[in-house]
Structure formats: C-alpha cells, structure tokens
Design a protein around this ligand. Structure first.
Ligand code: HEM
Length: 398
C-alpha cells in the first residue's frame, strides 16, 4: 500500500489540511478530555489482564491501548488481545519497520530503487513493501468499511468515524472525497497511535526495573495521594509531580521515535550556514537532542529530578515540531499517565525471572522508526494483600 495519503506522510496541501482539521477537532487539549473516561476504564481492564497474565505485560499493554484507539476511532468493539485489528496494527508495523528508513520508505529516499527487481540482492524491502501493502489495505480500508457497516447496528459505539460520517462534510468536497479523507484520517490515528504509546509505556516500565529507587519514590507518592483503598484517577494527576517528572524523564531517556518522521523541504533553507536545497529529506535526531549536554546535565543519567524545582529542564521534543507536530500528544500523555499510575499503585516491578531470581538487565532497543525496548525480565507481584480485590473491583463503579 502507498501510505502517502496518511496524515503522517501526506505532503503539505489540501488533503493533509482536511485530515488534520477533522482529527484535531477530537484530539485537541479540550476535546481529548472527553476520551478520559474510556482511557480510565481501559487502564483498569489492563490491570485485570495483568492480574491473570502478569508475564505477558507487553501484549496486555498493546491490547489496552489498541482497544481504546480502535473503539474511539471506529466504534468497533474490541474484546480480546487476539482481536484481528489489534494484531493487524502490530503486524503492519513489523513489516513497515523493515521497509523504511525512519519515517520514510526506502524508495522515497532513494528513487532509483524503484527500478531494481524484487529478487535483486538487497531488494528484500520490496517484498516487505508488498506484504505491508496487503496488511495496510486491510488496516485502513478494512477497519473503515467495518466501521461504516457497524453504524446503526445493535451495540455500535460512538466514534470519530461514526460522527464524521453522519455529517454532510465541507461544501467544497464531494461525498466520495469526504469519505476518502475520513478513511485516511482514521487510519492515521490507528496506525500512528498504538505502537508509539506502547513503546513509551514499556520504556517507562523498563526504567522502573532499572532504577528501583525511583520506582519506590513513585509508589510512595502514589500511596500518599491515592492511598491503598482505591485506584488512581485523572483527578490525582496534578497531585503527582514526581510521577509526571518520571514520565517526562523516561520519554527523554528513550524516545519512541528516536529519529522522528522524515520531512521533505518545500523550499531552500539555510541552517547554521549550511544550504539545504528544496526537496531534501531531513530526519530530526530526537535521540541526539535528548542527549545534548548543553541542554541536560549528565544526559546519560536517569534523573526525574531534572524536571522538578524552580528551573526544570526543557521537555524533550519527543512529539515533534511545528505544524507537523504529533496530533496525539494530549491523548497519549493521558494514556501514559493513567496506565503507569494504575500499574505502580498495585504492582511491584522487579528485574527477576518468573521464579523470583534476580536477573541483570542490559537495556536494549529495537531499530525501526518506532523503537521498542527489547524484551526484558520484569516480574510483576502484588504490592499488598488488598491489591487483587482492588483490581477486580476497579471497573465496577466506572
Ligand atoms: C508516546 C506516544 C507518541 C509519540 C512519542 C509520538 C511521536 C510523534 C512524532 C515524533 C511525530 C512526527 C512529528 C514531526 O514530524 O515533527 C508524530 C506525528 C504524528 N502522530 Fe504521534 N506520537 C505518539 C502518539 C500518537 C498517538 C496516540 C496518535 C493518535 C491517536 C498520534 C498521531 C500522530 C499523527 C497523526 C502524526 C502526523 C502529524 C502530521 O504529520 O501532521 N501519535 N508523532
């Protein structure tokens, strides 16, 4: 599939503006507040999943996040980690990861590659691109068609696609153009949201097992604000500054998209005396910015304290820049907050194997444009005797 019509890869122009307009309406700072109740509910369901399958914490996180994005975007009900739409998002990313340089298809960066055959040594990415095409079609067209068919059916859920389709759309667009815009806008949220947020939460958990003192401080703060008789809610967020600082530090420590998304210059530019001609492709090295000693004291250290006090450090530019900055920033920071606050309020995380034996962890991350921590031992145990009861009852009053 050619992913160019997506918000992420579309060139600046009318199609991109139309998609950005309709998605921003539901994801800007104030509208994204309406998504918080569903995010809270899915964080609670995640705890129930972890209680039963603590070893499969990455799968459970991907399920909870994918479920929330797919349900809110398409209104398709997701009831199991094995849902085809949750799996599809991961599988499409897996092949795209290997067919792209970060944020752009190889063939866009090196147009001459268009002319080499698939069997040519080193042209494996072309085969991957073919698989990505099939999976992407299923993801973008399949989810949209299913959402369209589900509208007005029994048990259908309110969603972005549902509400957009029920309106006339802008006067200057035909119905066909309007539906094409909605299809690609929705596919972009589905494609861009799940893997990046899963990576950020998994990285957070990795930092907790690497730095148990920080984990303890986060839990002490949760205990003093939330206590042990209930689970965290979004109302607690403003009272948990150390947790917020730890989330910022984990995003800086390892950004989910270390090289951002590739951009093509629409006009000539000069940066620090270097002439960059129109048409050049640039990759913003977010990882290097996060490791800049002029910006961050001892950048290699994991130190949430840098975000506290009277002159906190600059937040890392993990969500990108300017008019192409991430659309999901408010939504995903809320998801990260409620997910990690919920997990740490009832579980201890340890670098241990399943038998409880301590294991040394060397942090390592996958390549590709969304970079995840490589699997690491992380044993989840309940923090106190009432934890299990709290988790089981966590969804009943919502
Ligand atoms: C921790 C999670 C996330 C991170 C680190 C992240 C990071 C980024 C980055 C670096 C960009 C490129 C910005 C640029 O080119 O300057 C981007 C773009 C984008 N993100 Fe995110 N993202 C996250 C979550 C999400 C979520 C949850 C959604 C949707 C629900 C989303 C939707 C998008 C879209 C649609 C774009 C393309 C914007 C455009 O080109 O106009 N992202 N994101």
């Amino acid at each position: 599939m050619n992913f160019t019509p997506s918000i992420v890869l579309a060139p600046y122009g009318e199609h991109w503006k139309a998609m950005r307009r309709i998605t921003q309406q539901s994801l800007n700072r104030s509208s994204s507040l309406s998504l918080l109740p569903s995010q809270l509910m899915d964080a609670r369901l995640l705890l129930q999943e972890l209680l039963v399958h603590p070893g499969n914490y990455i799968g459970a996180i991907r399920y909870a996040l994918g479920k929330n994005i797919i349900e809110n975007t398409y209104g398709l009900r997701i009831t199991s980690p094995d849902s085809e739409y949750v799996k599809l998002s991961r599988e499409t990313h897996e092949v795209i990861q290997n067919a792209v340089v970060p944020g752009s298809f190889f063939v866009d960066v090196f147009p001459a590659l268009r002319f080499i055959p698939e069997w040519f040594p080193g042209a494996g990415f072309k085969r991957l691109a073919r698989v990505a095409k099939a999976r992407g079609e299923h993801m973008v067209d399949g989810a949209f068609d299913a959402a369209k068919n589900a509208i007005n059916s029994e048990g259908s859920m309110p969603s972005l696609v549902g509400s957009l389709l029920s309106s006339e759309g802008p006067e200057e667009m035909t119905r066909e153009e309007y539906e094409y815009t909605i299809k690609w806008a929705a596919g972009s949220l589905y494609g861009a949201g799940t893997e990046s947020t899963t990576s950020s939460i998994t990285t957070f958990l990795l930092t907790m097992v690497l730095f148990p003192d920080v984990q303890k401080r986060v839990q002490d703060e949760l205990d003093s604000v939330v206590g042990r008789k209930r689970l965290p809610t979004f109302d607690d967020r403003a009272s948990l500054p150390y947790l917020e600082a730890t989330i910022k530090e984990s995003l800086r420590f390892h950004p989910p998209t270390p090289l951002g998304i590739a951009h093509r210059l629409v006009e000539d530019d000069v940066v620090q005396g270097y002439h960059i001609p129109k048409g050049s492709i640039i990759l913003p090295n977010i990882w290097a910015m996060n490791m800049n000693e002029k910006q961050y004291d001892h950048p290699e250290r994991f130190d949430p304290e840098r975000y506290l006090g009277p002159s906190p450090a600059l937040e890392s530019p993990v969500f990108g820049f300017g008019r192409r900055a991430c659309l999901g920033v408010h939504y995903s920071t809320a998801a990260i907050f409620i997910t990690v606050a919920s997990i740490l309020s009832v579980f201890d995380l340890r670098a241990q194997d399943k038998d409880g034996k301590d294991v040394r962890i060397e942090p390592a991350f996958t390549g590709g444009f969304v970079s995840h921590p490589k699997p690491f031992p992380c044993r989840l145990t309940l923090r106190f005797p009432e934890s299990a009861e709290l988790i089981r009852g966590g969804t009943s009053l919502l």
